[in-house]
Design a protein around this ligand. Structure first.
Ligand code: MN
Ligand code: MN
Length: 364
């Protein structure tokens, strides 16, 4: 078994859990290297203390699972089979009596949970996420090198976007240019819906790009990322189109100072909450505290938002191998918003930013 499966398996032994049933695409990918979106169909992975694991997937996916390197049992099923019956048959052949089962409680639907309780009527259920989140939080060398590459594509996306800005062009026009250029470089999927916002629309942290056109004196905000070999990047830059007001400039400089201070504070042993607090106090001292309406960042990896959550109350200490974003923002409804976001990796004695697009105010 690979190291990740072994780590999960040892955890089961340590906690006296019979087995784990993992059902989300990201966690199955993390443990097996097999990435598939099964839509409404069942995807699952049984991991045991001392038995070989079992993968459950649609018949039509078996070839892909083998290609991804899965060498253990696969329970394949067609659209007319009942996969739960096939699971029951397979487990009874192995003589496994499940007394405690670790599940992804955050992912599993009630319908599936009902199927599972029918299958294991005398079992108790615990969370598998507790362990999976912790494992995934610390990236190995291979993951770091993929995340570094993914970040370079994010930088490139912003570069294309800044170049594409022009008077009268719409947000969606610029957005399409960014994604078209990334696709030409082999990027199939973005980490989330690309954001290009202009004018006062930048004041919505999760605004929706539309046909609004770019005008002189606008702030233009880009938030985007790519998926590369199953891993996400996530960058935000805000630039000025033509001369902006003193107030807009003050908002920009405050966010930049907060972002640089938080980036600078990242190193092993520092409490996550203190990173958030560092940026928040700079923004509050400048009088914009009420306009910084979200946490400083989030873990980044197979999911674009994963552990650790970079919020003020998180007492977790930063450790080598953690990858996360630092993205303070100030959103003033009548002026607009500024957010600056980098992806970070904690190293043995400090931290590095993976995204490298310049942060000094660009006036286009
Ligand atoms: Mn982010
Ligand atoms: Mn972002």
């Amino acid at each position: 078994m690979n190291q990740r499966l072994q780590q999960l398996s040892s955890w089961l032994t340590e906690k006296n859990i019979t087995c784990s049933f993992v059902t989300s695409t990201p966690n199955v990918f993390y443990l097996t290297n097999f990435y598939t979106d099964p839509h409404e169909r069942l995807l699952g992975l049984f991991v045991f203390q001392n038995e070989e694991p079992i993968l459950i997937c649609p018949n039509m996916e078996i070839t892909q699972a083998r290609k991804a390197g899965w060498e253990y049992e696969i329970i394949g099923y067609s659209d007319t089979d009942n996969p739960w019956e096939l699971i029951q048959n397979s487990l009874s052949k192995r003589n496994v009596t499940v007394s405690t089962l670790a599940l992804e409680k955050e992912h599993l639907t009630v319908e599936r949970f009902e199927q599972i309780t029918k299958l294991f009527p005398s079992s108790s259920f615990v969370s598998a996420e507790e362990k999976l989140h912790t494992l995934r939080m610390i990236k190995d060398e291979k993951e770091v090198s993929i995340l570094q590459e993914a970040a370079k594509f994010a930088d490139y996306g912003v570069e294309v976007g800044v170049q594409a800005i022009a008077e009268g062009k719409s947000e969606l026009d610029v957005l399409a240019t960014i994604e078209f250029e990334l696709k030409k470089k082999g990027i199939r999927q973005m980490s989330f819906d690309t954001m290009v916002l202009t004018g006062v629309k930048t004041a919505a942290p999760h605004g929706k790009p539309g046909l609004e056109t770019i005008k002189k004196g606008d702030l233009v905000l880009f938030d985007l990322g790519v998926v590369l070999d199953g891993y996400c990047s996530d960058i935000t830059r805000t630039v000025a189109f033509g001369e902006i007001s003193e107030k807009q400039r003050e908002v920009y400089e405050t966010v930049l100072n907060a972002q640089l201070a938080a980036v600078d504070a990242c190193k092993p042993g520092i409490r996550v909450g203190d990173i958030d607090r560092k940026a928040r106090s700079i923004i509050s001292d400048a009088g914009f505290g009420e306009y910084f309406t979200h946490r400083i960042g989030h873990g980044l990896g197979i999911d674009v938002h994963e552990f650790p959550s970079m919020n003020e109350t998180n007492d977790l200490l930063l450790q080598k191998g953690m990858v996360f974003t630092i993205e303070p923002g100030i959103y003033v409804p009548e002026i607009g918003g500024v957010r600056i976001e980098d992806d970070m990796i904690i190293t043995a004695d400090g931290a590095e930013t993976l995204t490298k697009f310049p942060k000094e105010l660009i006036i286009k």
